[in-house]
Design a protein around this ligand. Structure first.
Ligand code: PLI
Length: 456
């Protein structure tokens, strides 16, 4: 009996993928230095590296691409995008950027002074990079449960208000330019934040004169969980839920490559006129004119359309439940994964999958490499390598040592999910034979993208 929502679309264009042999994959992973970021995409059968920019666009979005107005200034597609953001997110001003980190760069530069503290519900790599590059210190204020892979909590992305209170008592509210509230929390496993928590954070911030900026990268998936799990929201539309979520913030950064259903693009949205003026001064330096940021007119057209498709309930239900389907298959086979299953990915708990490896033998990096060898499925390390080094040059040791199986939007079928589940289960049966890795090359920042390894 089917217990999952079927695809609310039919397939008009197909992209053939290569089926490789295990010998070919062994050769490729050595060439890639055991880093799945460095594998050539043509050598991948099912690509679960990321859901970022890997979305299948709709026929309407491709149609909109043909109507790109590539004027250097004042493109009609900018106004379409601006109206879409105003209508769905509810913010007044929109600054387009080439992707999410472009918006993070601008926000961090206009808001953060050296010596400031930026609390957030768990770090994200690029977000923290920009906060720290501008002299800020990231402080994790997510609830403790988020760091426990086995703790089943409906809103595991929530902020712990007591941690915020402690930070204010310690450093003073004037040292906290804003709270960075991610919806959903990627590195906790795609875990949502409840509306109740957003309200509490807003009350707290208002009391202390602190602003709130959402990292709204996966806000639609967060809205889906609110609708499903939070009392009082079952009959509300996704759009109404998103509007309410955003009403508790002063603005947001957005990676359009996720919940705007496009392959490239992002934006910074704001309500404050002075901040908007400052953001426009910086966007011309780093991205482009305020009416295109880092995007072509056709990309803005596709994003304007994608914003509306992303709040369509059948799309969103299929998207999130497809992820849950994969998670349920792994849970049934006894595979250690992060609970509950999040909105965009299933996360394997590498510490429990490979308990014979110490964390500085890089269990998650190792597991991702072996899953590729086993099956041609590409995944991503989200553990000690992603966490990087601290100011003293030591590894940060995150509690969560995870491999992310990230499901692109509208790209794969349930049969693909079965292939992935079978591959993970097969690998689990021979887990004891797997050896750890050591670095042969490590970049000074965001090392996970380019690091190279060899077998210990
Ligand atoms: O990849 P960008 O620059 O468009 O967006 C950066 C970014 C910001 N916040 C969050 C929560 C993200 O997940 C994010 C990008 N995520 C990537 C690339 C990922 O693979 O998860």
């Amino acid at each position: 009996m089917r217990n999952y929502p079927p695809e609310p679309f039919r397939i008009k264009v197909v992209e053939p993928v290569k089926m490789t042999s295990q010998a070919e994959r062994e050769e490729e992973i050595i060439r890639a230095g055991y880093n799945t970021f460095l594998i050539q995409s043509e050598q991948v059968y099912i690509d679960l590296l990321t859901d970022s920019g890997t979305t299948a666009m709709s026929d309407a979005q491709w149609g909109a691409m043909m109507q790109g107005d590539e004027a250097y200034a004042g493109s009609k597609n900018f106004y379409q995008l601006e109206r879409a953001v105003q209508e769905v997110y509810g913010f007044k001003y929109v600054v387009p950027t080439h992707q999410g980190r472009g918006a993070e760069n601008i926000l961090s530069r206009i808001m953060i002074k050296p010596g400031d503290y930026v609390p957030g519900n768990m770090y994200f790599t690029t977000t923290r990079y920009h906060q720290e590059a501008n002299g800020g210190k990231f402080v994790d204020v997510v609830i403790d449960e988020a760091h426990d892979s086995q703790f089943d909590h409906p809103f595991k992305g929530n902020i712990d208000i007591a941690k915020l209170e402690m930070l204010v008592a310690e450093v003073g509210a004037e040292k906290i330019p804003y709270i960075c509230l991610a919806t959903t929390v990627n590195l906790a496993g795609g875990q949502p934040v409840s509306m109740q928590n957003m309200r509490e954070v807003k009350d707290f911030a208002a009391k202390h004169g602190i602003k709130i900026f959402q990292d709204a990268t996966r806000c639609m998936e967060n809205a889906y969980f609110i609708k499903k799990r939070e009392p009082g929201y079952g009959n509300k539309s996704i759009k109404d839920i998103v509007r309410e979520m955003m009403s508790y913030a002063d603005g947001c950064t957005m990676s359009g490559k996720k919940d705007c259903l496009v392959n490239i693009g992002g934006f910074l949205a704001l309500n404050d006129t002075d901040l908007y003026v400052k953001a426009c001064e910086l966007v011309v330096v780093f991205e482009g004119m305020p009416s295109y940021g880092g995007m072509a007119g056709r990309d803005m057209a596709a994003m304007a359309r994608g914003i509306f498709e992303a709040i369509d309930y059948p799309y969103l239900e299929h998207r999130v439940e497809q992820v849950r389907y994969l998670g349920d298959r792994l849970i049934a086979a006894g595979i250690p994964i992060v609970l509950p299953v999040g909105g965009h990915a299933v996360y394997l708990d590498a510490k429990r999958f490979l308990p014979h490896l110490a964390q500085d033998e890089f269990p998650a990096q190792t597991l991702a490499a072996h899953l590729y060898i086993e099956s041609g499925v590409r995944s991503m390390e989200r553990g000690i390598i992603s966490a990087g080094r601290d100011e003293n040059g030591n590894h940060r040791y995150p509690k969560l040592e995870l491999v992310r199986l990230t499901i692109p939007r509208r790209v794969y079928t349930y049969a693909h999910m079965d292939v992935v589940a079978d591959a993970v289960i097969a690998l689990y049966t021979k887990r004891e034979t797997i050896r750890g890795l050591r670095f042969t090359y490590e970049a000074p920042s965001l090392r996970f993208f380019t690091a190279r390894f060899e077998l210990i």
